[in-house]
Design a protein around this ligand. Structure first.
Ligand code: ZN
Length: 161
């Protein structure tokens, strides 16, 4: 499925994800934040990147998938949406799909992140879009309204090394 554009309602949750990304960066982690939202719009759980402690799998999207597996009935997960400041990496796309969560909405795409982080050493995982890992998931993004703020957060992260 090709990603669609985020809606005005989506932007409310995406702005919160960017706030969480800023909190993560300020705490010494990488600038990524995510929110799990129920079908009625209620926020079920917020998470942010926590890789600063040395565990490089502590991405918020994977933590939300595992939280959902423990706390949301399996038949309710497909109707839940995960909002995130940066498009899921392959690890998180797989975790999201394996626990049966629904739509993903991201503020910045994997392609944008690669551009913003050009000049840095590439990570050990291929920068695949969500659709290449979980082709049946409905996906929306990126949100051009948030690109400048995200670029600034990633520039700060890069400068810190
Ligand atoms: Zn990830």
């Amino acid at each position: 499925m090709e990603p669609t554009a985020p809606t005005a309602e989506d932007l409310v949750h995406l702005r919160r994800c960017v706030e969480l990304a800023r909190e993560a960066l300020d705490a010494g982690d990488e600038p990524f934040g995510s929110v799990l939202v129920a079908p009625d719009g209620a926020v079920l759980r917020e998470e942010r990147n926590r890789t600063g402690g040395g565990d490089q799998t502590r991405h918020p999207e994977l933590d939300l998938a595992r939280w959902a597996a423990a706390h949301v009935p399996a038949d309710a997960r497909p109707a839940c949406t995960v909002y995130t400041s940066g498009e899921h990496c392959p690890m998180c796309s797989a975790g999201h799909a394996w626990v049966g969560l629904g739509r993903i909405v991201y503020a910045g795409s994997t392609a944008q992140l690669a551009e913003w982080r050009s000049g840095q050493a590439p990570g050990p995982v291929a920068p695949l879009p969500i659709g290449a890992v979980a082709p049946d998931l409905p996906v929306s993004g990126p949100a051009p309204e948030l690109a400048d703020e995200l670029r600034e957060l990633h520039a700060r992260a890069a400068a810190r090394g």
